[in-house]
Design a protein around this ligand. Sequence first.
Ligand code: PLP
Length: 390
Amino acid sequence: MNAAAAPFLPFALPEIGDEEIAEVVDALRSGWVTTGPKTRQFEQDFTAFLGDPALQSIAVNSATAGLHLALEAVGVGPGDEVITTTHTFTATAEVARYLGADVVLVDIDPATLNVDPRAMEAAITPRTKCLVPVHYAGLAADMPAILDIARRHGLKVVEDAAHALPTTVGGQLVGTLGSDATVFSFYANKTMTTGEGGMLVTRDPELAKRAKVMRLHGMSRDAFDRFTATVPSWYYEIVAPGFKYNLTDIASALGIHQLRRVRDFQRRRVELAAALDAGLAGLPLVLPPRAPQGDQHAWHLYVVRLSDDAPVTRDVFIERMFAAGIGCSVHYIPLHLQPYWRDRYGLTPQQFPHSQRAYERMASLPLYTRMTDADVARVCAAAREALQRP
Ligand SMILES: *Cc1c(COP(=O)(O)O)cnc(C)c1O
């Protein structure tokens, strides 16, 4: 097959069905387009999906917003330190800076590419307030170790679960693990999407109350409560300078149906990852780590690393894949290399040897539910070709 003649295979694509579209149309026709009944339903469905009625799900217009609300609600403020992984998207860390707190970045475990709990513990100071693990690529971080560290040091834990729907740890879904809050993302390329959107999940009623108030201007009652009350209800109180982070009913209409399909999506992602593993076997690549026996990997990303004996650099590999019509990406350029974080905290690659080495050798290959088996074969053939000669 002439790969270059085939249509370009993008790195990610959402899968939106007729039910999502009909529900969006229903929202548009209903006259209620902002936060309202569909958002309420999406939140209830999300709690039901996680299977723990003690949880509250709070819909927001991005995971970034959810992380900001979660850190605010656990009390992160000026002078505090938040510890997270350098190997993440900047959103994980930037929210601490919104609140005037400092970010302490630590290295990863090279086997899992997840934050190293020992590095987190070593970075604790009297100013440390909160640990923010990221479940990288959809593989759970070492939550038992992180929750234990938090307990022993009296710290909060907010999970960045942008990649982790549905991921399990010891058979339990991320979102139900006993951290203070967990935040999911419904950005366009995540395992389910509302275009833009996120969900903050917590068991702590006080935290939930604060996050709900701060989600909508610091208002003591939300707009839906006010406008649907059976008695005239124009009165509200502003109790804090809040944010504008509510999710629209148009987005929630998508979310309701995407959530119903997310287990099927995950099964397809598992199949695709297994097919990629098989098709790439024997190449000079380190294939992605597997979830421990009995646990679920959400497979948001399929990240390979070039082995020492690969004949090309990562950059050349990605260029050749692109020339063969295959989109790749890199997750992530570590924060310690980004000018803002590097300069703000005087960071060097030597402080993060595992993240640095992984970054230099990694590429994310296409992995999304609309890929066909033939698409997987194309990706593997292109990788084989790209790695055949210097
Ligand atoms: C996508 C992502 C976010 C931000 O999600 P948004 O919904 O786009 O705000 C945060 N953290 C990680 C690790 C992500 O991949």
